[in-house]
Design a protein around this ligand. Structure first.
Ligand code: PLP
Length: 432
């Protein structure tokens, strides 16, 4: 029996698994195994030739990980997904799957610091050029596109600016020019489904809200199955020309009978095979536990964060509060309303009158909030990005990504709101 639902609360509990066929176990078992017995030599050969899909070796696939992949693909409205060892691996693979030396991608400037580094330095060293454009101007993506452009890349709700990305506007440009839009939806699962707005690929750091309890590092790529790679065969030779690493397979043709999954299958059987950034079955189990309650938690995070943002905006020692519903410009407000539903996420940014010194004093005075380089835990978290997450960026890069000296980022948790406000109040009082 399977459960057919369009509701995230139900999908998060039921998609991709019912009960273990041999034991009846209702919780998804942890298949802690490296390899799988083949039925026969013919069966083994068919699996390796992709004539049949099935388990070969846990670096490439695993039944526990498979449930997580199916569940998140269903939550996003995608056709298939690939879980990876971290969010970093997910963003790197999403691009390396279709771009190689000599190619370029166009990215929003508003990125997580680690992604910025990957794009500006590691990809550069690999010969993949990343052209950064201001997301406030969707047409900048069109202007930067040329025959070697392989993807557009952005975060749905990037911090520190917390301005929602114009997904449909840029996706539409991409559809005209034959360029897929890859969205990092880490900060707002359930609140936004980028595929519904025309994006083609969604990536996650599952480390954050999906895990939700700060226990495991992981990432995931969802294939929307909505991009016609074959129609743009010149732009995507890696999917349309024989792949020498897989006895000359042409991915768009080889997997056609299995559905529009050329992109994600290629990622699994070549990049994951070769680079090995696999998610462990145990971590997949942890993410499945988190996923079950993410629709509930993200609403509670959003409710508490909105209250915190209002509280901060009334304080004299706070000069600026950054929250998706509080932006002064109409465009940003309109994008929040258009793309986020059920809440505006758990992240809040603010600037103290006292600048960097006050920011640091505030963080050092927090009692309940944890001072950590993370977001999305059930617990409330705080950090000073200029001296931590964004410290490897140059001062110019910091400004471009929205990090100023006195900026403090809160990842508002799901504790009782009174306790969150009490801790913030006493720390603010000490810092000012
Ligand atoms: N994307 C976003 C928006 C992030 O915040 C992070 C991590 O902070 C990542 C990607 C990278 O994820 P991970 O730490 O799981 O490698």
């Amino acid at each position: 029996m399977s459960v057919d639902s369009k509701n995230p609360e139900t999908i998060a509990l039921h998609a991709g698994y019912r009960a273990d066929p041999t034991t009846g176990a209702v919780a998804v078992p942890i298949y802690q195994t490296t390899s799988y017995q083949f039925d026969s030599t013919e069966h083994a050969a068919n699996l390796f030739a992709l004539k049949e899909l099935g388990n070969i070796y846990t670096r490439i696939m695993n039944p526990t990980v498979d449930v997580l992949e199916q569940r998140i693909a269903a939550l996003e409205g995608g056709v298939a997904a690939l879980a990876l060892g971290s969010g970093q691996a997910a963003s790197a693979f999403s691009i390396q799957n279709i771009a190689q030396s000599g190619d370029n991608i166009i990215s929003s400037t508003d990125l997580y610091g680690g992604t910025w580094n990957l794009f500006a330095n590691t990809f550069k060293a690999m010969g993949i050029e990343v052209r950064f454009v201001d997301p406030a101007e969707p047409k900048a993506f069109a202007e930067a596109t040329d025959g070697k452009t392989r993807a557009y890349y952005a975060e749905t709700l990037p911090n520190p600016k917390l301005k929602v990305f114009p997904i449909a506007e840029v996706a539409e440009i991409g559809h005209k020019l034959g360029v897929p839009l890859i969205m990092d939806n880490t900060a707002c699962p359930v609140l936004c489904r980028p595929l519904d707005h025309g994006a083609s690929i969604v990536i996650y750091s599952t480390t954050k809200y999906i895990g939700g309890h700060g226990t495991s590092i992981g990432g995931l790529v969802v294939d929307g199955g909505n991009f016609d790679w074959e129609a743009h065969s010149e732009r995507f030779p890696m999917l349309n020309q024989p792949d020498p690493s897989y006895h000359g397979a042409v991915w768009t043709e080889a997997v056609k009978p299995m559905g529009p999954i050329a992109y994600i299958i290629k990622m699994r059987v070549t990049l994951l095979r070769d680079l090995g950034a696999a998610m462990s079955p145990f971590n997949a189990f942890m993410f499945l536990q988190g996923l079950e309650t993410v629709p509930l938690r993200i609403r509670e995070h959003s409710k508490n964060a909105a209250t915190v943002a209002n509280f901060l905006s009334k304080r004299d020692d706070v000069t600026t509060v950054i929250y998706p519903t509080l932006h002064a410009d109409k465009e940003s407000k309109a994008r929040t309303a258009k793309y986020l539903s059920g809440g505006s996420g758990g992240l809040v940014g603010f600037e103290l009158k006292g600048g960097s010194e006050a920011g640091r004093a505030f963080i050092d005075s927090l009692g309940m909030h944890y001072h950590v380089a993370n977001i999305g835990d059930a617990r409330s978290l705080a950090i000073h990005p200029a001296t931590t997450t964004h410290s490897q960026l140059t001062p110019e890069e910091q400004v471009a990504s929205g990090v100023t000296d006195g900026y403090v980022r809160l990842s508002v948790g799901i504790e009782h709101i009174d306790d969150i406000l009490t801790d913030l109040s006493q720390a603010l009082d000490k810092a000012s």
